[in-house]
Design a protein around this ligand. Structure first.
Ligand SMILES: Nc1ncnc2c1ncn2[C@@H]1O[C@H](COP(=O)(O)OP(=O)(O)OP(=O)(O)O)[C@@H](O)[C@H]1O
Ligand SMILES: [Mg+2]
Ligand SMILES: [Zn+2]
Length: 152
């Protein structure tokens, strides 16, 4: 009975254990403006958490996240867990995880990079370091650790 700060949802996605203050970035990634008009989005900021001290939580009705969005959340909020709710029950719960390669999620900060030219070349990064995460552009080798400002 600890976490009744948000009304239960019948179907949807819960993104829990988001680092304190990062829920608004997660909402930007989800793109709440594109949701179904019957989907309520609930956000709790600064919730007490045993593991994290403080955390944020986002619950979205009638939505499941495509892998690309999960990858973006993994970059911004690496401690997050994603639970799929169906008929009020947790059907699946997993930590966000970062694959070795991430395509299309970030824009390369190097303006001269081929992924920023008119050609239809999608950005792609590989994980250069994991803790803390540093990515490397596979085209120009630019390193990126400031993901917030480079989300596509
Ligand atoms: N029907 C529901 N509507 C909204 N949120 C839900 C619902 N059922 C579970 N949740 C949320 O989904 C997440 C996972 O649920 P679970 O019961 O596994 O949580 P938990 O026991 O708090 O575990 P942990 O915090 O370790 O992930 C939690 O954030 C919980 O608050
Ligand atoms: Mg919990
Ligand atoms: Zn590049």
């Amino acid at each position: 009975m600890r976490e009744l700060k948000i009304q239960p949802i019948r179907n949807g996605t819960v993104i829990d254990h988001i680092g304190n203050g990062l829920a608004l970035e997660v909402l930007k990634i989800i793109g709440v403006q594109n949701l179904d008009r019957d989907s309520t989005v609930s956000v709790a900021l600064h919730v007490r958490s045993g593991k994290l001290g403080w955390k944020d939580i986002v619950k979205v009705e009638n939505m499941e996240l495509v892998p690309r969005k999960v990858n973006a959340i993994a970059l911004i909020a690496p401690t997050a867990t994603i639970s799929i709710i169906r008929d009020f029950k947790v059907r699946e719960k997993r930590p966000v995880d970062l694959p070795d390669r991430i395509a299309g999620v970030l824009t390369c900060p190097n303006g001269n990079c081929i992924s920023n030219q008119a050609e239809p070349i999608e950005s792609e990064f590989e994980v250069h370091r994991r803790r803390p995460v540093v990515l490397r552009c596979i085209y120009c080798e630019r390193l990126v650790d400031d993901f917030l400002h480079h989300l596509s």
